[in-house]
Design a protein around this ligand. Structure first.
Ligand SMILES: [Zn+2]
Length: 389
C-alpha cells in the first residue's frame, strides 16, 4: 500500500488528478463561511466534473431517451442532483464528484401525487448525504432531448429552468453552498459522439451583465440569434467552463464506455452528411458525366462507321463479351452506386426524423421539476427552522 501511494505521488499525472479527489474539509469550510460568491455574481467560472458524475449523467439522459422511445413516445427528460463542493485550492471553481438520478423518468404524464415521492426521495437523499459524505448536494442537472441541431447544442436554461435555479441559489448560496445547474443534450451527444453538457449559474436580479452578452460571454447583436441559442432569458445567467478530471487510464476506460453505449451513433452515422463524402460527391458525379460523354462519343463514332443507327450496341448494355470493359457499363455502375448511397442516407435521415422528431418537452417537465424543487426547499427550510406551535 505504501509503495503504491508513493508511486502515485511520484507520478505527476496521477498526482494532478488526485488533488481533485482529496478534500481538505477545514479549508472548504472556510471557503463556505467566506461566501465570496455573495459579493460577485460571476464568482464561479469553472466546474471540474468527475468521470463518475459525467458518465452517470450521460447514461441517465440516455435511459430517458430509451424509456420514451420504447414506450412509443418521445425521448424523455431526466433530472438529478449533483454532489460536490467549492474548491479551496482553486478559486472560482466548483467540483462535482458524483450525481444522483431522481426517480422522475416519464413523470411528464403524471400528476402532483407523484411529486410527493420525488420530494420524499430528495429529503431522504439529503439526509443520507449529510451523514455519509463530506460533500453536499450542490446542484441539479436535467436533459434537453430535443432534435439534433447541427449548429449548436440545446444546453441552455429556459425561463422555467432559470427560476428553478434562482430558487436553489437563493436558498443554498447564503448557506455556504453555491448551487449549480447542468444541462445535457443527449441526442447531440450521441450524434456527435461527445459529452454535450453545459454548466450555468443564474445572475441575481440586481446584477446587470453587459448589453448583448450571451451566457458564454460572446456579444451577439442579433436578438433572434441570442434567443435561438440561449432561450428568452439569455442575459440572466452565465456559463461556466466545464473540465473533467481523471487519470489517463480512467480516460481510456471512459472513452471505451462512451463508444459502446452511444447507441444512436449507428443510426446517426449518415455517410451523406460527412464532410469527406459531401466534398467528394461532386467530383464523383463529374467523373460519371465524363464517362458517359466518353461512351457516347465512342459509340456514336462506332455507329457511324457501321452505317448509321442511333442506339448503343447490345453488348455495351450487358450480355456481350466486352461487357465488363464497357465504358458505358462502368458509368452506369458508378451512377447507381452514388444513387444508392444517397437513397440510403435519405432513408436513415427519415428514420431518425420519425424516431426523434419531438416538440420541446422542456416546458412540461421543467415546470414540474420547478414545483418539486420549490416544495423540497420549503420543507427543508421548515425542518431547519420549525415554527412554534
Ligand atoms: Zn430545461
Amino acid at each position: 500500500m505504501t509503495t503504491m501511494a508513493t508511486d502515485e505521488k511520484d507520478a505527476p499525472k496521477a498526482k494532478c488528478s488526485e488533488t481533485w479527489y482529496s478534500m481538505d474539509e477545514a479549508k472548504i469550510e472556510e471557503v463556505r463561511k467566506a461566501k465570496a460568491w455573495m459579493q460577485d455574481a460571476n464568482y464561479f467560472t469553472r466546474v471540474m466534473v468527475s468521470p463518475a458524475a459525467s458518465m452517470k449523467m450521460l447514461m441517465h439522459a440516455h435511459s430517458g431517451c430509451e424509456a420514451g422511445l420504447s414506450a412509443g413516445g418521445k425521448p424523455l427528460e431526466v433530472m438529478g442532483m449533483m454532489l460536490g463542493y467549492p474548491s479551496d485550492e482553486h478559486k472560482h471553481t466548483l467540483v462535482v464528484t458524483d450525481v444522483f438520478p431522481l426517480p422522475v423518468t416519464g413523470f411528464e404524464t403524471q400528476v402532483v401525487a407523484d411529486d410527493e415521492n420525488v420530494i420524499n426521495y430528495m429529503i431522504k437523499l439529503s439526509d443520507m448525504v449529510e451523514v455519509t459524505r463530506k460533500e453536499r448536494l450542490m446542484g441539479w442537472y436535467h436533459s434537453h432531448p430535443f432534435d439534433v441541431d447541427e449548429a449548436h447544442n440545446h444546453c441552455f436554461l429556459s425561463s422555467t429552468d432559470l427560476s428553478t435555479q434562482l430558487s436553489w441559489q437563493n436558498a443554498e448560496d447564503p448557506n455556504g453552498n453555491p448551487f449549480l445547474a447542468i444541462v445535457i443534450d443527449p441526442l447531440r451527444s450521441f450524434a456527435k459522439n461527445s459529452s454535450e453538457l453545459a454548466a450555468f449559474r443564474a445572475y441575481p436580479p440586481t446584477a446587470s451583465p453587459p448589453p448583448n452578452q450571451c451566457p458564454d460571454g460572446s456579444i451577439v447583436t442579433e436578438d433572434a440569434k441570442r434567443v435561438e441559442v440561449w432561450g428568452s432569458c439569455w442575459n440572466r445567467y452565465y456559463e461556466l467552463k466545464v473540465e473533467y478530471f481523471m487519470s489517463d487510464q480512467a480516460k481510456s476506460i471512459i472513452d471505451i464506455l462512451n463508444h459502446s453505449h452511444l447507441w444512436a451513433r449507428t443510426l446517426s452515422a449518415t455517410p451523406a452528411l460527412e464532410t469527406e463524402h459531401r466534398e467528394r460527391v461532386g467530383e464523383r458525379v463529374s467523373a460519371v458525366v465524363e464517362k458517359l460523354e466518353h461512351a457516347h462519343a465512342a459509340h456514336a463514332s462506332q455507329a457511324s462507321r457501321m452505317g448509321g443507327g442511333f442506339g448503343f450496341p447490345a453488348e455495351s448494355l450487358g450480355g456481350g463479351p466486352s461487357n465488363k470493359e464497357s465504358s458505358l457499363k462502368k458509368a452506369s455502375d458508378a451512377a447507381s452506386g452514388i444513387a444508392n448511397e444517397g437513397l440510403l442516407g435519405q432513408t436513415t435521415q427519415l428514420a431518425k426524423r420519425h424516431l426523434f422528431s419531438s416538440e420541446c418537452l422542456c416546458n412540461g417537465n421543467c415546470a414540474a421539476f420547478a414545483n418539486i424543487a420549490a416544495e423540497y426547499l420549503k420543507r427543508k427550510q421548515a425542518r431547519s427552522c420549525p415554527v412554534a406551535p
